[in-house]
Design a protein around this ligand. Structure first.
Ligand code: ADP
Ligand code: MG
Length: 383
């Protein structure tokens, strides 16, 4: 049964008539990886899987929520001490609290919700959940909080109620996402611009390697440190360099013998990546998806050989994509596991996917998961 129908049926059973339907989306990031904390660009878009919720004000001070996917009912109040035990409910509770902290009105409501973003696969199911409720609550209680602040409500929910110190990209994409458009977001200024993304004749395919290597968090801190080192060295000659992404390639060359080789390579990747986002934007304005794909391969090379956040599974998937003449392929997200994102011509799709499904398990002993996605609308009301 369709998700919307399942939600409606359960809602009627639990809460009776009335209510409005809201939804938001997971996201991909086409290019611009490890650029956010360097003040550079990211280039995400909302996708055609997300969270859907039916919501109705209930005239009490309590939220009554049913998760169809967990088959679980939770009730909670709206004061700080009412934090629910269930992780999924904490996202909703956090959104309520963060709205209240910003002066918004939130009172009790009934809701039933479900989703089809794979959990923990790097498509940000959590941002989809936060954005659905941040958007819905804003409309239902007529709070007139702007979209930027709605994204920040989701981000602060992760920080303050779910223990995840994330950036703004996921919630931004989920709130601002638009069908057929990617969003270039400047992580330093939060300026953003939509670019057309409508790759007719191509598929966007995510391949989840289903591995997560332990290195991730300690390596992440080390990468940040290298970037800050390199930026500090460049800043001595060029005081305008606040973040590494402000630096030109030649400025990095000037300090090559003043910083460890490792820091140089990390910085080389970041400066290259910021430029690649701009190049991809230009290519999209021309509808040139072959150049977009080539940039994705360059990003993968950089993440693997300069930034060193890939792993054998991801490098294998990338190589296999090349072998199958896939237009573009790269690791998506922080690295050391998770997904590759691939831009695949329609007539090569079957060949590529079957090669992956056959060869990956042969080499690594477990299957991958494959998701086809289409760039779609983010947070919205459904009539
Ligand atoms: P992701 O990378 O997908 O965002 P997270 O660990 O950040 O992974 O978020 C996953 C969590 O978000 C789940 O453990 C759950 O608490 C919540 N969540 C996501 N989707 C749903 C859903 N469909 N129903 C209930 N909770 C969900
Ligand atoms: Mg998440």
């Amino acid at each position: 049964m369709e998700m919307k129908t399942r939600i409606e049926e359960k809602f009627t059973t639990l809460f009776g008539t009335g209510g409005e339907m809201y939804a938001s989306a997971g996201r991909i990031n086409l290019i611009g990886e490890h650029t956010d904390y360097n003040g550079g660009y990211v280039f995400p878009g909302a996708i055609d899987c997300g969270i859907m919720a039916k919501i109705k004000v209930n005239g009490t001070k309590k939220v009554k929520a049913f998760s169809l996917d967990y088959d679980e009912y939770v009730e909670f109040g709206l004061e700080e001490e009412d934090k629910p035990l269930q992780q999924w409910a904490r996202y909703i509770f956090g959104v309520c609290r963060e709205t209240i902290k910003r002066g918004g009105k939130v009172e009790g409501f009934d809701c039933v919700f479900a989703g089809d973003v794979p959990l923990g696969a790097g498509l940000s199911s959590s941002a989809a959940l936060e954005s659905t409720f941040a958007f819905a609550i804003n409309e239902i209680f007529d709070n007139k909080i702007d979209k930027f602040e709605l994204a920040k409500i989701g981000q602060s929910t992760e920080h303050n109620y779910c223990g995840v110190k994330c950036g703004i990209m996921d919630q931004f994409a989920s709130i601002f996402g638009k069908s057929g458009s990617l969003i270039r977001l400047n992580c330093k200024t939060l300026e953003y611009k939509y670019y057309p993304f409508d790759p007719r004749g191509y598929q966007v395919v995510l391949i989840d390697s289903c591995v997560k290597h332990e290195l991730a968090s300690s390596a992440y801190n080390k990468r940040r440190e290298s970037c800050e080192n390199a930026a500090a060295a460049i800043r001595k000659n060029h005081p305008e360099v606040e973040f590494l992404s402000d630096a030109k390639r030649v400025w990095l060359e000037e300090v090559r013998d003043q910083i460890p080789e490792e820091d140089f390579l990390r910085a080389e990747y970041v400066i290259g990546e910021v430029q690649r986002v701009l190049d991809v934007c230009d290519a999209l304005e021309r509808g040139d998806y072959e150049t977009v794909g080539e940039m994705m391969y360059q990003t993968h090379f950089g993440l693997s050989k300069l930034y060193e956040v890939s792993c054998p599974e991801l490098d294998f998937l990338n190589k296999l994509a090349r072998k199958c003449d896939v237009t573009g392929s790269r690791v998506m997200g922080g690295g050391f596991g998770g997904c590759t994102i691939n831009l695949v011509k329609d007539d090569l799709y079957y060949n590529f996917v079957s090669a992956v499904e056959e060869q990956f398990p042969e080499k690594f002993g477990h299957p991958v998961k494959i998701y086809d996605v289409v760039i779609s609308d983010g947070a919205r009301k459904i009539s």
